[in-house]
Design a protein around this ligand. Structure first.
Ligand code: C2E
Ligand code: MG
Ligand code: MG
Ligand code: MG
Length: 291
């Protein structure tokens, strides 16, 4: 295409593409080393039972403690990991870390759920079922405390393969969530044909439930239809008290968002879990901590 537009374009675009390819290669080898040298860390963001305000579980979210660039969020390396296949060992590492941490969250009277994001390549990789079994066995985490999150867009892939993988997990008593629900193409009726337990309502809906009638009615229908299919709902990206109140009044079961807490390191996650009764909004907790 650049060639058709004249020679000047070739000179302009080719070095840029070359540069991009080099950067990807560099990132890939740095990331492979990061995995070997333990530079990855898992942070934990609480999910709140909206009826009681109590912490019900956590989502495990990976970060990279980069030797020169600081703490990097997943947007900086998950896409490369997915393109290069490194997502499979990376995801396996996160799963094991998350299960190990979550096993220590459990008490005889309290079950705490841990959500782990699973990429398409990981779910469809040969040994995935065995990896889940091993992570559960080695950590001692009860399988029903593990919630694996797959995105709606993954269902556009080899649906039969995905369905059979999900069924294996279901037989282990592991639970399945559809992440970022509402951003893809699947309908709730279609989810009924898959062994799914939880729907995570995407942040883009939650953002406007209190100020946009259209988003409010879409969110209300997602929650109502989920309920009629016996699926629990988690609203993602809850930032304001008004949204939390709206969601609770609309019978959404769980919420997750900066209102309560950003994703935090393990020791801070333990402190959130130790809070007796409802978890107050993060800014209210900070005010107490400061004053
Ligand atoms: P996700 O699974 O949808 O995770 C939720 C993301 O929303 C997290 O971003 C979280 O920090 C952010 N978030 C939560 N509450 C709020 C809020 O109130 N406001 C705003 N603005 N954002 C909020 P994060 O940690 O940057 O992760 C981004 C994505 O990276 C995740 O989206 C997930 O798709 C992917 N990811 C993270 N860890 C893993 C992993 O271990 N494996 C795989 N395959 N993907 C991962
Ligand atoms: Mg997720
Ligand atoms: Mg999500
Ligand atoms: Mg999301």
């Amino acid at each position: 295409l650049a060639k058709e537009r004249g020679k000047g374009c070739v000179a302009l675009y080719e070095p840029a593409l070359h540069e991009q390819a080099l950067q990807e290669l560099q990132l890939r080898s740095d990331l492979a080393r990061a995995l070997e040298e333990d530079q990855l860390v898992v942070h934990f963001q609480p999910t709140i039972d909206l009826a009681t305000g109590v912490v019900a579980g956590f989502e495990a979210l990976v970060r990279w403690q980069h030797p020169t660039r600081g703490l990097l969020g997943p947007v900086h390396f998950i896409p490369t990991a997915e393109r290069t296949g490194l997502i499979v060992p990376l995801g396996r590492w996160v799963l094991r870390e998350a299960c190990r941490a979550a096993a220590t969250f459990q008490t005889p009277t309290r079950r705490v759920t841990i959500s782990v994001n699973v990429a398409a390549a990981q779910l469809t990789s040969e040994g995935f079922g065995d990896e889940v079994v091993a992570a559960l066995r080695d950590s001692g985490l009860p399988p029903s405390c593990l919630l694996l999150e797959i995105t709606e867009s993954m269902l556009l892939g080899d649906l039969e393969l995905i369905r059979s993988r999900l069924e294996v997990l279901r037989r282990l008593d592991v639970r399945i969530a559809i992440d970022d629900f509402g951003t893809g193409f699947s309908s709730l009726a279609y989810l009924r044909r898959l062994p799914v337990d939880v729907v995570k309502v995407d942040k883009s809906f939650v953002d406007h439930v209190t100020d946009d009638d259209h988003d409010a009615s879409l969110t209300r229908s997602i929650i109502a239809m989920s309920q009629s299919l016996n699926l629990a709902t988690i609203a993602e990206g809850v930032e304001h008290l008004g949204q939390a109140e709206w969601l609770r009044a609309t019978s959404c079961r769980f919420g997750q968002g900066f209102l309560w807490s950003r994703p935090v390191p393990l020791d801070q996650a333990r402190a959130l879990l130790a809070v007796a009764g409802p978890l107050r909004p993060a800014d209210a907790r900070d005010a107490v901590a400061v004053g």
